[in-house]
Structure formats: C-alpha cells, structure tokens
Design a protein around this ligand. Structure first.
Ligand code: ADP
Ligand code: MG
Length: 279
C-alpha cells in the first residue's frame, strides 16, 4: 500500500483526442477533440450516453487501442498519440465489467497471480500483502475459497484487490457494478471508498449510475453524445469518506440536479440521433 511519504502519481492529461474506428470503411467517429485533465489521486467518474465513446477513451489510456489524433500523457509522459502508444502495463490496471477470476484458483492464488508470475514479488511477500488487504476490508477468511463459493459482490471485491495489489498509478473500472442489485452496490461503494481513502490513487470510473458517480467521484466528467467530447465537469465537494446519509443532503441533491441536466441533454440528442440505448 502507498504510504504517506510516497508521492501520489497518476495525473492524466487528455489533449484533443480523436478516435475514428475503421477510417477507410464505416468510419465511426467515437471521440472528437476530447480534452480534460485528471490530477494525481483523483476519483473521476465518467458518465455519458451509451455508445458515446467512454470505453474508447479507457482503451487508449490502458494501451489496448490507439487514437487517431491528439495526445494522452501520464505524469507528464506521452503514452498515446499517433507517434507513440505504450502497451498495457501494471501501472494502469483495468477492472472489467465481466472480469472473471480464474475459477480453478483460490482467492489467494487469484490475487497474487499477476505479480508472482511476472516475477515482481516473491510468493510469500505477495501472500502477506494480499492477506493484509483482505483483512483491511473485512474479507479475511476467504483466502482458500474458490470463486464459485463466493457471492458475486465478494467476487467483484476480490477482482478489485487483484488489481490493487499491483499498486497501479491508475485504476480503471468500466461499469464494474452493472448487474449488481442496489444493496450489493452499496456494499461495493463502501468498499471502494475504504480502499481509496486508505491509499488514494487515480480512479477512472465509468458508470451510467449518476448516484454512484456523485457518491464516489470528486469530480463527475460528463461526455457528450457520440463523438465523445467533454460536456461538463461537476466538482463534488462532499467530505471524505463519503457516507450514504450524504445522498439525502441538500448539497447532494443540487449536484444531482446539475449532473442530471447535463446528462439528460446529451441523452436526448443521442435518442434523437437514433441511439436508443440511454445513459
Ligand atoms: P461507450 O463505452 O461510451 O458505451 P464505446 O467507446 O464502446 O462507447 O463506443 C463508441 C462508439 O464506437 C460506438 O458507436 C461503438 O459502436 C463504436 N465502436 C466501438 N468499438 C468499435 C470498433 N472496434 N469498430 C467500430 N466501431 C466501434
Ligand atoms: Mg462502454
């Protein structure tokens, strides 16, 4: 885990990014001239109509795909442009929506697999770190269980710990709690809040759930309907750690109104353009 003495990294600068899929053929403009800044250690919630280009941006930062023009920098280093595209690495960990754990491995084996297999840490040290992480979030005792023995909510938490053990600069989550029920989501939010407050690092969190975005984010980045550009940034000045009673506060309701209005405007445009699936 990051100690207070370590400087938090993970500042992302997105500069005039355009992404065109299949330029010679169907020519889908997914992002156009998209620019915004993420400071190191920010929890950024990204919202916008379905199909607007959120995952496209995540893929560029993670190094899964290239961009057509513009630049992305991480801590001042160019990581994505037409001249340079760095590969996926453990400094930018992605937690997928349907990211599966290895079903034939225990929780412990799943969490330590990456760093051990890549030879970055000895197995015993990784196991110690994993145990500490599990107990910090009240999940001790599940080390030897197999994924199928766990609820989907616990599986999701283990997936996130598996990403965090790499101590990435940036954690990217793409609608990670889609499909979980409201109660399970609440538990996930508290869990994320706990791990984030214990060791702040940049979180790039894509969601279509506006309450989730405001509850977790210190800023909510609202994207336009496709092609994705920055529509608006709403700064969430609620105190940390966020607690669920805040969702009823006047300040919260005001933020919700502001986010909803911007999202609704874009969702309407998307709908009129024939993209029926809404944010
Ligand atoms: P979001 O994550 O906001 O829902 P995406 O970034 O996945 O949106 O997609 C943005 C647009 O780009 C969508 O219209 C999608 O259909 C299109 N798209 C995504 N990937 C590809 C691809 N590999 N080839 C062509 N079009 C794509
Ligand atoms: Mg997506």
């Amino acid at each position: 885990m990051t100690t207070a003495a370590q400087q938090i990294q993970g500042a992302i600068s997105i500069r005039n990014v355009t992404k065109i899929y299949d330029p010679e053929g169907v020519h889908v403009v997914a992002m156009q001239d998209c620019s915004f800044e993420i400071a190191a250690g920010e929890f950024v919630a990204i919202v916008g109509p379905s199909g607007c280009g959120k995952t496209t941006l995540l893929n560029a930062i993670a190094g899964f795909d290239t961009i057509t023009s513009g630049e992305i920098h991480l801590d001042g280093e160019l990581i994505s442009s037409t001249r340079k595209q760095i590969k996926p690495d453990v400094d930018r960990m992605v937690v997928f929506q349907n990211g599966a754990l290895f079903p034939w491995k225990t929780v412990m084996e799943n969490i330590i697999y990456g760093p051990v297999v890549q030879g970055r840490v000895k197995k015993s040290a990784a196991a110690g770190a994993a145990r500490e992480m599990l107990s910090q979030v009240g999940l001790n005792g599940i080390e030897d269980k197999y994924p199928e023995e766990l609820s989907s909510g616990v599986q999701r938490r283990v997936e996130i710990l598996r990403a965090l053990i790499n101590q990435p600069k940036v954690v990217m989550l793409d609608e990670p709690f889609r499909g979980l029920d409201a109660v399970a989501k609440t538990v996930m939010h508290e869990f994320l809040m706990e791990v984030f407050c214990a060791a702040p690092r940049t979180m790039f969190f894509i969601t279509h759930d506006l309450d989730e975005a405001i509850f977790l984010g210190n800023k909510v980045v609202i994207m336009t309907t496709r092609p994705a550009r920055l529509k608006k940034i709403v700064h969430v000045n609620l105190p940390w750690p966020r607690e669920h009673h805040m969702l009823g506060s006047e300040a919260y309701l005001e933020l919700k109104r502001e986010v909803l209005e911007a999202v609704h405007e874009e969702a309407k445009k998307a709908f009129e353009a024939g993209e029926r699936e809404m944010a």
